[in-house]
Ligand binder design. Structure first.
Ligand code: ACO
Length: 325
């Protein structure tokens, strides 16, 4: 009998501070950086984003999302036997955000660790949790994507600082005989490291290099549209399914034009794509679970439907998870 990883519950959290494009443009203008709502909406589809308070770290956002997911799943934190957090913006160099979340949830003992695959992080984390559940080493896993990208943005660089936001999303997976995750597909190619990176690092008590996000937007765009189609098709092939079997496409929320292009390639109509980039901006590893939770809570996603989750990000990394909700 095959063991599946089935989603028991989802949750998410967005920090209180919300900035529309006009709010952000006004703040940037005070520093001599010019942008506009029109430019941002036309190129990206983003209308607003949330920024964490100075006192909030990724572990705080992650814990809020985890609490919601636990409530939705109807289980307590003590019942978890695995915690994985996908993040590129951890509270500290170490220990991991996952161990902090574990403690904040008031539990201890089960394995907890972070996965760093930038915007593909949640897809990587979900795949690892699925493998551990299928192998029998875990039965109930908490998988979170949580980011405070506002901490690594250069607010003098208008080509990047308008694109990102902060947030967290979480799912509880449970071992089940009923279908859940049907297929997964992961990839990376390190030769693309320079097109999307934060080159700074901690060195002997200081920061060496530039600790802010650098991106070659057009190179990222071109790569992203190609690999997102490939990975979706790879997961479908592994599950002996076709694009017609997908009820909802839940792509990484970087840019509406990348999402529309992927949907067209998969012959899916735009109303079958869950879009939250307009309200959240790009929240990196948090974007997919945030979009998933949004569409579960507003009733679009129903039990028994087939979901294609897919991500692409720095590294370059990319991958997909095909699942029955
Ligand atoms: N406001 C106003 N003008 C701007 C802004 C801004 N925020 N940013 C750039 N511009 C100007 C540029 O200076 C340039 O002006 P110029 O022609 O006078 O030199 C003009 O707009 C065009 O700039 P480009 O960089 O060529 O704009 P492009 O059409 O490529 O759009 C964008 C930029 C939106 C970043 C696009 O390349 C893109 O979507 N790339 C995908 C990258 C992405 O989504 N990354 C997210 C992170 S990666 C991930 O999550 C996978």
């Amino acid at each position: 009998m095959r063991i599946y990883s089935r989603i028991l519950g989802t949750g998410s959290y967005l920090p209180e501070k919300r900035l529309t494009n006009a709010d952000l443009a006004a703040e940037l203008s005070q520093q001599g950086v010019e942008t506009s709502d029109d430019w941002i909406v036309e190129r990206t589809g983003i209308r607003a984003r949330h920024f964490a308070a100075d006192t909030q770290g990724s572990s705080d956002l992650a814990t809020e999302a985890a609490r919601q997911a636990l409530t939705a799943a109807g289980i307590s934190a003590e019942e978890l036997d695995l915690i994985i957090v996908a993040t590129s913006t951890p509270d500290m160099v170490f220990p991991s955000v996952a161990t902090m979340v574990q403690h904040k949830l008031g539990t201890a003992g089960c394995p907890a660790f972070d996965v760093q695959a930038v915007c593909s992080g949640f897809i990587y984390a979900l795949t690892i949790a699925d493998s551990m559940i299928q192998s029998g080493s875990a039965k109930r896993a908490l998988v979170i994507g949580s980011e405070v990208f506002s901490r690594i943005l250069d607010f003098k660089d208008r080509t990047t600082c308008v694109l990102f936001g902060d947030g967290a999303g979480a799912v509880i997976l449970e071992a089940s005989e009923q279908p859940g995750i049907l297929a997964t597909d992961l990839h990376a190619d390190g030769k693309y490291k320079d097109i999307l990176c934060v080159p700074g690092h901690v060195n002997r008590g200081g920061i060496l290099g530039d600790p802010v996000l650098k991106m070659d937007g057009q190179a990222v765009f071109k790569l992203a549209v190609g690999v997102l189609e490939e990975t979706a098709r790879a997961s479908l092939a592994k599950a002996n399914m076709t694009d017609a079997d997908i009820d909802w496409l839940i792509p990484h929320q970087a840019n509406i034009r990348i999402m529309q292009s992927t949907a067209r390639k998969l012959k899916m109509s735009a109303d079958k794509v869950v879009v939250t980039v307009d309200q959240h901006g790009n929240t990196s590893a948090a974007s997919i679970p945030l979009a998933l939770d949004t569409a579960v809570r507003d009733g679009r996603i129903q039990r028994g439907q087939t979901l294609m989750l897919e991500g692409v990000g720095g590294g370059f990394t990319w991958g997909s998870v095909l699942l029955r909700y």
